[in-house]
Design a protein around this ligand. Structure first.
Ligand SMILES: CC(C)(COP(=O)(O)OP(=O)(O)OC[C@H]1O[C@@H](n2cnc3c(N)ncnc32)[C@H](O)[C@@H]1OP(=O)(O)O)[C@@H](O)C(=O)NCCC(=O)NCCS
Length: 157
């Protein structure tokens, strides 16, 4: 079942994030090209995004999937913008042993309804070209591709 995020879920969200994002993370791509930056690895950076996603009022837009055994199997994070009316989905992950059983789809549906309830008129999600799931999954849920962006990074030393 889907329920609102609670602060006690944070470590589980981070555990799932660590399992899910090694092949689909900009931070990982940066580390592969440039090595460690500031003594921090890509996982440190990625997990910091999760800290931001649950910080303060952002936590209201985070939902988790809890199994019958009270395990967190997945999560989705959101942001709303009452001026632009565009809700944003920064992060979505389902633990590998629970993937492919419809949890991701239900989490997105749930957050989309939450966005409607919050007065949003559009929802936005981003994915990397290297993430095969994005090119089929999101369009199948009704999202339309509107732009492609290329990220560049350089060392300053
Ligand atoms: C993306 C993710 C959240 C999907 O969650 P999920 O619970 O596995 O997804 P669902 O079971 O609801 O399936 C949704 C769609 O994903 C695709 N999909 C799911 N598992 C798949 C697999 N093993 N291989 C290929 N496509 C798959 C299918 O298109 C599926 O649609 P269908 O129901 O019509 O078959 C999950 O795979 C994940 O955490 N991936 C790693 C992190 C990630 O990529 N996050 C998104 C960043 S933009």
């Amino acid at each position: 079942m889907i329920r609102p995020y609670q602060p006690t879920d944070l470590e589980e969200l981070k555990r799932i994030t660590a399992l899910c994002f090694p092949n689909v993370s900009i931070d990982r791509n940066i580390e592969e090209k440039l090595g460690l930056i500031g003594g921090h690895d890509w996982m440190w950076r990625k997990l910091r995004h999760i800290d931001n996603d649950v910080a303060g009022d952002n936590a209201r837009h985070v939902f988790v999937w809890e199994t019958d055994y009270h395990e967190v199997a997945g999560y989705i994070t959101g942001r709303t913008d009452i001026d632009s009316k565009i809700g944003w989905i920064p992060n979505l992950a389902v633990a590998p042993d629970h993937q492919g059983s419809g949890i991701g789809r239900q989490l997105i549906d749930h957050l989309l309804q939450h966005f409607r309830d919050e007065g949003m008129e559009c929802a936005k999600i981003e994915t990397l070209a290297q993430n095969a799931i994005g090119s089929t999954f999101y369009p199948s849920m009704g999202f339309q591709e509107v732009a492609r962006q290329v990220h560049y990074v350089m060392r300053l030393d």
